[in-house]
Design a protein around this ligand. Structure first.
Ligand SMILES: C[S@@+](CC[C@H](N)C(=O)[O-])C[C@H]1O[C@@H](n2cnc3c(N)ncnc32)[C@H](O)[C@@H]1O
Length: 275
């Protein structure tokens, strides 16, 4: 893939996640398990008071602020989408108890931050959408101090099991289009020179999210029909109101039950502190 098409992919992806459709289907926490799973990732990273942490592809910053509050860390969120980064800043400022969090617009594959300065870096439901996953992991590892931890939580799809109906915005929105198999993320961490790789199955949260999306899609279909009757279209991109949503969600639920589709957490360590 050329670097121009990579830039286009990132811009389209950022636009999609900033869209009303994403807000309607997912809310502000754009991954399965929401902030409950974010806090689990924080515990697995062993975060403690005063740590400096990076949230790669932070979206509207919900996880970055939650980590800062729960673990009393300083968190820098990087997000490609300009509107999302601006909104993340505003949401953090408007919070009743402001967290120690900053948000910058930037590319996770070239983070504009000082190398070897952070205790931990995490990326939730993000590596699956990056065009150059190897580069993103190498850059994330470079940000860590020796002994620092890199955590990933992401959608897993075993190769060959992506339903063809998901070759569209919904597939991208669900992070399935570019997702790796369960071993794929661990291999990325290992190739970046990280050690002590731990993994945990959190696929139960995909079923939970599918149930939530099922309700939202029913509302979407009803709204799309009304807009269609009024001669308005286009606001839902390439998603057709005629799609058999229930059939598709059922298919995805079966893939989760069969272990072909899931959501996994990974934590690895940068060598250098006696390991
Ligand atoms: C599924 S959302 C996850 C957002 C957030 N991590 C969360 O869990 O709530 C993926 C995010 O990655 C962002 N993104 C995609 N490519 C990026 C890149 N190269 N650099 C930074 N952010 C990127 C998108 O704009 C989107 O906000």
């Amino acid at each position: 893939m050329t670097s121009n098409s990579n830039l286009q992919t990132k811009a389209c992806c950022a636009d999609l996640y900033q869209s009303d459709l994403a807000r309607m289907l997912l809310g502000n926490s754009l991954h399965p398990g929401g902030l409950r799973l974010t806090n689990r990732l924080g515990r697995l990273m062993g975060l403690s008071h005063g740590d400096w942490v990076v949230d790669l592809a932070t979206g509207r910053g919900a996880s970055a602020s939650a980590i800062a509050r729960s673990f009393h860390c300083s968190v820098v969120g990087i997000e490609y989408g300009r509107e999302a980064a601006v909104e993340a800043r505003q949401l953090a400022l408007d919070a009743p108890v402001p967290a120690d969090s900053w948000f910058i617009q930037g590319d996770a594959e070239m983070p504009p931050l000082k190398p070897e300065s952070f205790d931990a870096v995490f990326a939730e439901c993000s590596l699956s959408v990056f065009p150059n996953k190897e580069l993103a992991v190498a850059q994330a590892a470079a940000l860590l101090k020796p002994g620092g931890r890199l955590a990933i939580s992401d959608v897993t799809v075993e190769p060959g099991f992506l339903p063809e109906e998901l070759d569209n915005s919904l597939g991208q929105l669900l992070c399935v289009t570019g997702a790796l198999g369960v071993d794929g993320y661990a291999e990325l961490l290992s190739h970046a020179g990280l050690v002590n790789i731990y993994r945990e199955d959190a696929s139960f949260h995909v079923s939970e999210l599918l149930a939530k999306i099922k309700g939202a899609l029913a509302a979407f279909s009803a709204l799309a029909c009304v807009l269609d009757d009024q001669g308005q279209d286009g606001i839902f991109g390439d998603l057709s109101p005629e799609t058999d949503w229930n059939g598709l969600i059922e298919k995805l639920e079966q893939l989760v039950s069969a272990g072909r589709l899931g959501y996994w957490l990974y934590v690895a360590e940068k060598p250098g502190n006696g390991n």
